[in-house]
Design a protein around this ligand. Sequence first.
Ligand SMILES: [Fe+2]
Length: 211
Amino acid sequence: MLRSIPRTFAAINKPSAFAGLRYKHTLPALPYAYEALEPYISGEIMKIHHAKHHQTYVNNLNAAEEKLGSAFQAKNVDEEIAVQSAIKFNGGGHINHTLFWENLAPGSKEIPTPSGDLLKEIEKTWGSFDQFGSGWGWLGYNKEFKRLEIATTANQDPLKPTTGLVPLLGIDVWEHAYYLQYKNVRPDYLNAIWHVINWKTVTDRFTKAQK
Ligand SMILES: [Fe+2]
């Protein structure tokens, strides 16, 4: 009877049991051309931001998960814990950028605004749409209190695991998102980005978050 216990553990912990659960993350294609957001965000920024920065988060996330898999197989808990920060940073970078690309769309001179229930909810929460442009970070939905909230997160911390809010709109304010074009004048970037917000994706997320 006793002999069967180690065999059971061996079956659960055989290398393929974990390896079979893993898959490689890949860089999602942009739903528009790199230069499609000009003049508000230059094609050069979009290309570097997507093909270099986001790709690096994806590569590092895959490498960190590989390390986690090896640590798991080796039952090396020290190593499993040590790799957590790399998973949080690069996994967050991957999640956040994937959402960010979807939140943007080719712009227009006229700043696009949300409509329907989302606009009503923004007006109810902040009085008018204008007031909600001053911050940066996230527009999220609090499912528990059924309300919109503005939040910021540090580093690449993704909104949901960090705050519990469902991310509707994320604005990347890392220097790499604007420096080549706006240098250190972050407010100019934050003013310009409202021209290229894809309110359809934000509204779709809002509708889904309310269910
Ligand atoms: Fe970024």
